[in-house]
Design a protein around this ligand. Structure first.
Ligand code: AP5
Length: 216
């Protein structure tokens, strides 16, 4: 199964993407995680992306498309199918993806849109804490670690994401509404089924709703 997960910042794409990938044996391709990893390692890709990410802007389309093309072309890395989390984010990225998938003969099976209101997103993101060592994600309001500031999994010190400041979050939401939300209509006008799911409920309920929609 080949899926796209769409939704605004903080909607739960990473949370649901990890659960879905495990349940369905999919390779999760999260462009945000790949870019953050490149920034942390100081690679040329990271150097190119950092300024855009810190400002809440999108990294240029050709950079992200090149990254995704390379991963999708390696079918051995995604044998059971793939789940794209945070990509595509613009109409040119969606058009580029259509071309890549046609070339590789790997059609999409579904697009899942996780919907959450902006005021809920702002609070959620303000509560996000992540472990830089193992990548585990928590939320001080809805999913706190057992000991404040300490990762349950590996004992690492939890941190806020560099782009989770109030000002950057405001810009990320604007960018989502301007450049990414139009993708919903783009996919609804095409042949791939689009499932809209209410993401403003507990994580297991959102997962059940997504799995239920994918069964249809
Ligand atoms: P990216 O990392 O993709 O960030 P994003 O889209 O802004 O999404 P987030 O990671 O903030 O949120 P999420 O939806 O994954 O939510 P999560 O599960 O973590 O991108 C970052 C940057 O990289 C971009 O701004 C851009 O610069 C660049 N970039 C990435 N892809 C790009 C592309 N394709 N093109 C160009 N640039 C690109 O959950 C959030 C919090 O809420 C967590 O604390 C979680 O525990 C909690 N939570 C989750 N679900 C629930 C729930 N149901 N109820 C309560 N709390 C919940």
């Amino acid at each position: 199964m080949n899926l796209i997960l769409l939704g605004p910042p903080g909607a739960g794409k990473g949370t649901q993407g990890a659960l879905l990938a495990e349940r369905r044996g999919l390779a999760r391709i999260a462009t945000g995680d790949l870019l953050r990893d490149a920034v942390a390692k100081g690679t040329p890709l990271g150097e190119a992306a950092k300024g855009y990410m810190d400002a809440g802007e999108l990294v240029p389309d050709e950079v992200v498309l090149g990254l995704v093309r390379e991963i999708l072309a390696d079918e051995e890395a995604t044998p059971g199918g793939f789940l794209l989390d945070g990509f595509p984010r613009t109409i040119p990225q969606a058009e580029g993806l259509d071309g890549i998938l046609a070339e590789l003969d790997r059609p999409l099976d579904a697009v899942v849109v996780i919907e959450v209101a902006d005021d809920v997103l702002v609070r959620r993101i303000s509560g996000r804490r992540a472990c830089p060592k193992c990548g585990a994600v928590y939320n001080i309001y809805s999913d706190p670690p057992r000991s404040p500031g300490v990762c349950d999994r590996c004992g690492g010190a939890l941190a806020e994401r560099a782009d989770d400041t109030a000002e950057t979050v405001r810009r990320r939401l604007e960018v989502y509404h301007e450049q990414t939300a139009p993708l919903i209509a783009y996919y609804e006008a095409g042949p791939t089924p689009v499932h809209r799911v209410d993401g403003d409920r507990p994580v297991p309920e959102v997962l059940d709703a997504i799995l239920g929609a994918l069964e249809k």
